[in-house]
Design a protein around this ligand. Structure first.
Ligand code: ARG
Length: 455
């Protein structure tokens, strides 16, 4: 591969550690797109002839169809996707193939390919995120007023609505989209033409290749262009945050589908059975989504560690960037699709939600607020009085609304019949009308807002 400089070929172990074709073959479409743009630019600037450029273009198209058909002869001896494509081009078109690498290096080539690949992934992930958000929106629309317990410390805290809970995730995934979009906007500059590291003495037109590949502009510093992998790190960071959100939702599905909660039932399509316990319905997909953050965040940490301390410009360490990113992108894509399916298919047990909402003195805060509003107690005193009422109910083995007025008056003589209005969970959620609160009218407004955003 290296022409005159070497007398002997590489040791088999050298070849094994050096080759990346086993994984970077995934960059073939991007590599060919980059080469096509480069060849067209070389012809436009008069660096190669139009007929050579045309031969290169046709050869590359043949290679693309060979790769798509699965007939392309990948070779480990040829190290990586760039050398594989170029060697095949030589076989196909002969001498003009050797002119393609004018004013270019594998260093700017791989940086370009990889950016193109990550950019495409972001676009695909954005679609998957939108699909998941639509599934959550559909769930929210089904039950903007279904009452369920809201938790803090996984202890019943205050009643909330099912729609509100679903919409909380819509907000999170909406921010995930924003993070990917920000990363995309920043990474959309073209490294091609940086050559090995210093630029080139050929009169290339970097604006032209950048534009042809859909980049906003060429990268302004050739050393940076071949050294930077922060675009991949940003992608992985956004992917990790998104995977963390998925993991939390997955955990809730696992808990909610237990016999103890019975809030939801996962569809058969997204459940598994047990080989020994015939009654089992296991939430395997949710558990696997809960776990995927492990490898996605792992990939993020891996690439940070690979990149830390690397002197400018290119070092072969950077070949270790790709597998991590590929795996993280695949894992996230699959997780989003599985979560969308689970959410779409989810059967919600409205009665169980409501029963759980009223258990655990969830309207104690409403009672304390009522004491403030109607009797003029300072909130701290109202908190104390309510605590005493909860203790009384607990001793009696009942919920707050089951205390008699007499029993309540023993704790505070000012309490009137009217207090029972605020002890119901429906009244409780209906009263939370502050912006962003759980009142059905607020939830409906947020659903409408997001439907407009998603179109
Ligand atoms: N396969 C290499 C990579 O992925 C391509 C760049 C090789 N450049 C070099 N100077 N050896 O990083």
């Amino acid at each position: 591969m290296w022409g005159g400089r070497f007398a002997a070929g590489p040791d088999a172990i050298m070849e094994a550690i050096n080759a990346s074709i086993g994984f970077d073959r995934r960059l073939a479409p991007q590599d060919i797109a980059g080469s096509r743009a480069h060849a067209a630019m070389l012809a436009a600037t008069g660096i190669i002839s139009d007929s050579d450029a045309e031969a290169i273009r046709e050869g590359l198209l043949t290679i693309l169809s060979e790769i798509e058909a699965g007939t392309f002869p990948f070779s480990t001896a040829l190290e990586d996707i760039h050398m594989n494509v170029e060697a095949r081009l030589k076989e196909l078109i002969g001498e003009p193939a050797g002119r393609l690498h004018t004013a270019r290096s594998r260093n700017d080539q791989v940086a370009t390919d990889f950016r193109l690949w990550v950019r495409e992934q972001i676009d695909a992930l954005d679609e998957a995120l939108v699909a998941l958000m639509r599934a959550l929106l559909a769930q929210a629309e089904a039950g903007p007023d279904w009452v369920m317990p809201g938790f803090t410390h996984l202890q019943v805290a205050q009643p909330v609505t099912w729609g509100h809970h679903m919409m909380a995730y819509v907000e999170m995934f909406g921010r995930d989209r924003g993070r990917f979009a920000d990363a995309r906007a920043r990474m959309n500059e073209c490294p091609l033409g940086a050559a090995a590291l210093a630029g080139t003495s050929f009169p290339i037109d970097r604006e032209m290749t950048a534009k042809a590949l859909g980049f906003d502009r060429p990268m302004a510093n050739s050393l940076d262009a071949v050294s930077d992998r922060d675009f991949a790190l940003e992608f992985l960071s956004a992917a990790s945050i998104c995977a963390m959100h998925l993991s939390r939702l997955a955990e809730e599905l696992v808990i909610w589908s237990t016999a103890q909660f019975r809030f939801v039932t996962l569809s058969d399509r997204f459940s598994t059975g047990s080989s020994i316990m015939p009654q089992k319905r296991n939430p395997d997909a949710a558990e696997l989504i809960r776990a995927k953050i492990g490898r996605i965040l792992g990939a993020t940490v891996s690439l940070f560690v690979v990149m830390k301390g690397l002197p400018l410009a290119y070092s072969k360490d950077m070949q270790e960037d790709k597998e991590q990113v590929f795996d993280a992108a695949d894992s996230l894509m699959l997780s989003l699709a599985a979560m969308e399916g689970m959410i779409r298919d989810l059967t919600v047990n409205r009665e169980a939600l409501e029963a759980a909402a009223s258990a655990g003195f969830s309207t104690a805060t409403d009672l304390a607020d009522w004491l403030v509003r109607r009797l003029g107690l300072p909130f701290r005193e109202a908190h104390h009085v309510t605590g005493a009422l909860v203790a009384k109910a607990e001793a009696k083995g009942c919920d707050l609304p089951e205390l008699t007025l007499e029993e309540m008056r023993e704790v505070h003589p000012g309490i009137t019949e009217e207090v029972y209005d605020v002890l119901g969970v429906h009244n409780s959620v209906a009263s939370r009308t502050s912006y962003g609160g759980t009142a059905p009218e607020q939830v409906r407004a947020q659903i409408a807002r997001w439907k407009e955003i998603l179109g």
